[in-house]
Design a protein around this ligand. Structure first.
Ligand SMILES: *Cc1c(COP(=O)(O)O)cnc(C)c1O
Length: 471
């Protein structure tokens, strides 16, 4: 979350402005301190709603991967569960049971192997999102590596994690917070994500694991998990180093099982130790839920597990948080029941159809070149083929689309490809072909307007705010 600074009233606007209709509120309402008295609930509701009016329209937000619409029945169910705390396993045993079923559903969808007994079976849990799930996955890798180093009586001082420069920021966070060296494999023109050989080339005895991303946030492309694993198999044959893979399937974990059932990216690849996903992305639940599953008990060191009271016994838990809302887990289970395999498939397929349609139309417009076309995740990234002579940039286009309410982020690629600036569109459930046509019409109109401008357009936003988009 953004870090916020304390405001002393001498530098800020002191009070909220109360409409005369709400004359029941006679006391001042300070902005940065708790008001001295209560106010009627309808006035408080109106004040907060008014403040929120300038938030964007979530349905026009093509930047986010996160769910912005659920069915009324799911909303009702969530509102009934708002008061449930996930950690109170004893008080809410059935919420715990629904979490257990969701973990099982994902373990099956991701082909977790059948274990000889329940002690050694795949395990998993819910989290607040993929970020927390990635922290847990990374910690398991770190603990396993420390145990290996201890067994070999070698130093465990300088762990590193190998991944593509395109990873989501949560992996840089993991590395900084737990003091692991991030070994980022840079992108190259024509290679926008991690591949096998460059990953294996950066591994050594201090490598705790390799992260493969199923669905890069930069362009939606799938990293070739099986190829990365094969390169690590080869490394093991040559050097004896046995390096596990964690798959960050924040988006793809809920897309590939339905749209690419034959793609081997999951526990079918023996080197894959753990997989995370965001229930609140293509799992189609409102923000606040992620999942992680480990292949087997050996992939999750016992030291990391805490036991909480549960129906007179103990329940093993692994989490960074303690209290957490239970509504999202109930909603995830609702979606599994409501949609079934076919329903999820139909929704993801519809997103993919819209994404590939947008890609074809955008490629045909003339000034653009596609970097991805929606055939992996329903995401497309495109750039100006000739930004020098175009006379305008993708940032100009992004700003002008925003005038109509569309949020289409523009950003530059990381290190090594910083001159590549792209626009990215994420197609989510509810973005129809009709809406795509409206977007295409606006994009065409803005391209034409910018082309007609005799000189470089004046940015609508101050320079500092133009690249504010973060993944
Ligand atoms: C979104 C995303 C994350 C972070 O997930 P949250 O659920 O937002 O915490 C991590 N990795 C990838 C690849 C993502 O797309």
């Amino acid at each position: 979350m953004p870090l916020h600074t304390k405001v002393d009233e001498t530098h800020g606007t002191a009070e909220l402005d109360i409409n005369p209709f709400c004359s029941v509120v006679e006391h001042g309402v300070p902005r940065h301190q708790i008001p001295s008295q209560a106010m009627p609930p309808e006035v408080a509701l109106q004040l907060v709603r008014d403040e929120l009016m300038l938030d964007g329209n979530a349905r026009l937000n093509l930047a986010t991967f996160v769910t912005t619409w659920m069915e009324p029945q799911a909303e009702l169910l969530m509102s009934e569960c708002f008061s449930k705390n996930m950690i109170d396993k004893d008080e809410y045993p059935q919420t715990a049971e629904l979490e257990r079923r969701c973990v099982n559903i994902l373990a099956h969808l991701w082909h977790a192997p059948t274990a000889p007994d329940s002690e050694s079976a795949a395990t998993g849990c819910s989290t607040t999102g993929s970020s927390e799930a990635c922290m847990l996955g990374g910690l398991a890798l770190l603990w396993r590596w420390r145990a290996r180093q201890a067994a070999a009586k070698t130093s465990a001082q300088r762990p590193n994690l190998v991944m593509g420069a395109n990873v989501q920021v949560c992996w840089e966070k993991f590395c900084r917070y737990w003091q692991v060296e991030p070994r980022l494999v840079p992108m190259e023109p024509g290679r926008l994500h991690l591949t096998g050989q460059p990953a294996a080339a950066r591994c050594d005895e201090n490598t705790i694991g390799v992260v493969a991303v199923l669905g890069s946030t930069m362009d939606g492309s799938y990293e070739p998990v099986a190829e990365i694993a094969a390169a690590l198999d080869d490394l093991e044959r040559r050097t004896g180093l046995d390096i596990p893979v964690h798959v960050d399937g924040a988006s793809g974990g809920f897309v590939a099982p339905f749209l690419a059932p034959d793609l081997e990216w999951d526990f079918r690849v023996p080197r894959v130790a753990s997989i995370n996903t965001s229930g609140h992305k293509f799992g189609l639940v409102y923000p606040g839920v992620g999942w992680i599953v480990w292949r087997d008990a050996a992939a999750l060191p016992d030291d990391l597990i805490f036991r909480v009271n549960y129906l007179g016994g103990e329940m093993p838990t692994f989490a960074l948080n303690f209290s957490r809302p239970g509504a999202q887990v109930a909603a995830q289970y609702y979606n599994f029941l409501r949609l079934g395999f076919d329903g999820y498939r139909e929704i993801q397929l519809t997103c993919q159809r819209v994404a590939t349609y947008l890609a074809r139309e955008i490629a045909a417009m003339g000034p653009f070149e596609l970097l991805s076309d929606g055939t992996d995740l329903p995401v497309l990234a495109f750039r100006l083929t000739d930004p020098q002579s175009a006379g305008y940039s993708v940032f100009d286009l992004s700003e002008r689309l925003r005038l109509r309410g569309w949020l289409v982020p523009a950003y530059t690629f990381p290190e090594n490809m910083q001159d590549t600036a792209v626009l990215r569109i994420v197609v989510r459930n509810g973005f129809s072909t009709d809406m795509a046509d409206l977007l295409l019409a606006d994009l065409r109109a803005q391209v034409a307007a910018l082309k007609a401008a005799p000189h470089r357009p004046i940015p609508l936003l101050p320079e500092g705010q133009r690249q504010a988009f973060a993944h």
